[in-house]
Design a protein around this ligand. Structure first.
Ligand code: MN
Length: 294
């Protein structure tokens, strides 16, 4: 099933071939358009995975073009991201850091670990990526990182690698946007709009092999990132197991699996396209920070 959240936070199932979305009757609370109104999405992640609920069609299919897709996650307790997880990206970052700073990277970046991004950085398909004014003023680059992401169904702590797949509800596309430079990594990756995800959540039963996917990212039509998920240094089961050990996992948690090689700067006026086969595509324009802070 391809679960989508659309319009005023409605739940739907996408039929890619027919290019339609069927409204679904979600769990109690899912008719509330206020994203803060209920933890219905998180509860659904848990109960759907456990087979306790089966969303039913609540109306006829409607053309996808007639709805606005939202981020296919709602109120995740955590957004967990992975440090560099492809050998070629580790190499390019090592070279860049050495060139710019002359510092040693022996103890930096090379040991796999997870970190947190603010859930408030999540936006859905099509939403403009805003480059923070202070980063632009400081001539800091904002880089794109196109990543395979997943949503946790059943939570847990100390999940063995061999059981990790049982905790993955489904997969989706994510962009992990990053201000390069000094400062805490979580802050540099948590600006509003810095975690675009979409276009929908493809349940794990439709992704028989997480290592058999291809990630493609293009900026203004020029391919910048192209990698097989099979080239990950640390695989999905190991990531889930590790995250469950160091911080525990809860239903609805979003995990980004790490950057492929080919990261690079984006600028106002750019258009970023990410495609992962089986999971769909997302497209985001890039703008200078435009919203008043409040
Ligand atoms: Mn990343």
């Amino acid at each position: 099933m391809k679960l989508a959240i659309y319009d005023d936070n409605r739940l739907g199932a996408v039929d890619v071939e027919a290019a339609t979305i069927t409204p679904l009757t979600g769990p109690p609370g899912s008719a509330d358009p206020d994203a803060l109104g209920a933890g219905w999405w998180v509860r659904m992640c848990r109960d759907l995975h456990a087979g306790l609920v089966r969303p039913a069609a609540a109306g006829p299919p409607v053309p996808l073009r007639d709805v606005t897709l939202r981020a296919p996650v709602l109120n995740p307790g955590k957004v967990i991201a992975c440090a560099s997880n492809y050998a070629a990206h580790v190499a390019e970052m090592r070279d860049q850091v050495l060139t710019r700073t002359g510092m040693s990277t022996d103890s930096w970046l090379l040991d796999f670990d997870v970190f947190l991004k603010a859930p408030s950085s999540i936006v859905g398909p099509g939403i403009a990526i805003e480059l923070p004014a202070e980063a632009v003023a400081a001539a800091q680059e904002v880089h794109h990182e196109a990543e395979l992401a997943l949503v946790i169904g059943r939570g847990g702590r100390d999940i063995p690698v061999g059981e990790a797949a049982d905790h993955v509800l489904g997969y989706l596309i994510a962009l992990d946007l990053t201000v390069r430079g000094k400062g805490d990594r979580s802050r540099r990756k948590s600006h509003p709009t810095f975690t675009p995800v979409g276009p929908w959540l493809t349940t794990a039963d439709e992704v028989p092999d997480w290592a058999g996917l291809t990630i493609d990212l293009a900026v203004n039509g020029d391919r910048r990132q192209h990698v097989s998920t099979g080239d990950m240094l640390v695989g999905v089961p190991e990531i889930v197991s590790h995250a469950s050990r160091v911080m525990g996992l809860q239903p609805g948690d979003l995990i980004l699996t790490g950057a492929p090689p080919g990261v690079g700067p984006i600028h106002p006026g750019d258009t970023v396209d990410v495609v992962i086969d089986r999971l769909g595509s997302i497209r985001h324009p890039v703008v200078a920070e435009c919203r008043p802070r409040s």
